[in-house]
Write a protein that binds this ligand. Structure first.
Ligand code: CP
Ligand code: NVA
Length: 321
């Protein structure tokens, strides 16, 4: 079914069938690229990418996907376009809609990406807001499908900061595709139930959601443990408290032993603090969210998952433009 003209703001816009279609398309595009075949589905299209926060994976995915498909992508940093400072989001969106065939945006307040979609009239792809990270969730679903053949019924335990944008997007992704999803977090970092409730009303009948602070309960029998950095962009000042409350949620081999599943895999949206090679980890001992043996070990699929960011972003661009 056609997704032409649709924006990806939360993933809630897409049905379970459409998400399955997107994942299948991403796998097809990945196979084509591996065979060095580039169908150039987006030739003569112009896209812009406006990122107000840093990015490695999401930004490069949009760049490579556009290039592979024959489109031109213009990149704007946080100093280039200043929403709401001397021009409203609404006016900027209307100009961009006259110039570009699609807009990738990463920002803070989720309402900005909504306004961009509302007023530009072209597909807008949310490359992360404070509340949602839907392109990440698409890559996560693709990675599960590649690993297990089927997403429905897979037991995925997110462990760490359950209040993050990544978790909210996984709740939506899981509700659409029938995941058995567990959020394992200290009480104060659990997802806000009132906020996620609307995403659960029309959930797939196979969807299960468990929110617990008990690691043993949360990871029991799971197929995959999923991590995120303990401090989302802009939260760095909370580091001392986060280390105190998240210490028991550091992902390590002992946690994997609690799954009872020797084949359980490790996923992470990245960036991960898994060693002391970064300035942030050096200056904040204890902020490591996953141990190096897990990150570098045989269970880890994090770089496949990371590569899948590009294939899924390519699929959403090709299907919606
Ligand atoms: N996972 C993710 O969105 O990474 P970047 O912040 O590097 O884009
Ligand atoms: N929750 C993290 C995800 C980074 C990809 C953040 O918002 O910084």
């Amino acid at each position: 079914m056609s997704m032409k003209g649709m924006s990806l703001l939360t993933l809630e816009e897409f049905s379970g069938d459409q998400i399955t279609q997107l994942i299948d398309r991403a796998i097809e595009l990945k196979n084509l690229k591996q065979a060095r075949k580039f169908p150039k589905n987006l030739e003569n299209r112009n896209f812009c990418l406006v990122f107000l926060k840093p990015s490695t994976r999401t930004r490069t995915s949009f760049v490579v996907a556009s290039c592979d498909e024959g489109a031109h992508l213009e990149i704007f940093g946080h100093e280039d376009i200043r929403f709401g400072i001397k021009e409203s989001v609404k006016d900027i969106a209307r100009v961009m809609g006259r110039m570009f065939d699609g807009i990738a945006f990463r920002g803070y307040d989720h309402s900005v990406v909504e306004d961009l979609a509302r007023y530009s009239g072209v597909p807008v792809w949310n490359g992360l807001s404070d509340d949602h990270h839907p392109t990440q969730a698409l890559a996560d679903l693709m990675s599960l499908k590649e690993e297990f053949g089927e997403i429905r019924g897979r037991k995925l335990a997110f462990v760490g900061d359950g209040s993050s944008n990544v978790v909210r997007s996984l709740v939506i992704a899981g509700a659409k595709t029938g995941l058995d999803f567990r959020v394992v977090s200290p009480t104060e970092l659990q997802p806000d139930r009132a906020t996620i409730e609307p995403y659960l009303t029309a959930a797939d009948p196979d969807f299960r959601l468990t929110i617990t602070e008990d690691v043993t309960e949360g990871v029991a029998g799971c197929d995959a443990i999923y991590g995120d950095i303990w401090l989302s962009m802009g939260e760095e000042h909370l580091v001392k408290h986060r280390i105190e409350i998240l210490e028991p949620y550091r992902i390590d081999e002992a946690m994997f032993a609690k799954t009872g599943n020797a084949k359980a895999i490790f996923l992470h949206c990245l960036p991960a603090l898994h060693d002391d090679e970064t300035e942030f980890a050096k200056s904040h001992p204890g902020v490591i969210d996953v141990t190096d043996d897990v990150f570098e070990g045989a269970r880890s699929r994090v770089f496949d998952q990371s590569e899948n960011r590009m294939h899924t972003i390519k699929a959403i661009m090709v299907e919606t433009v």
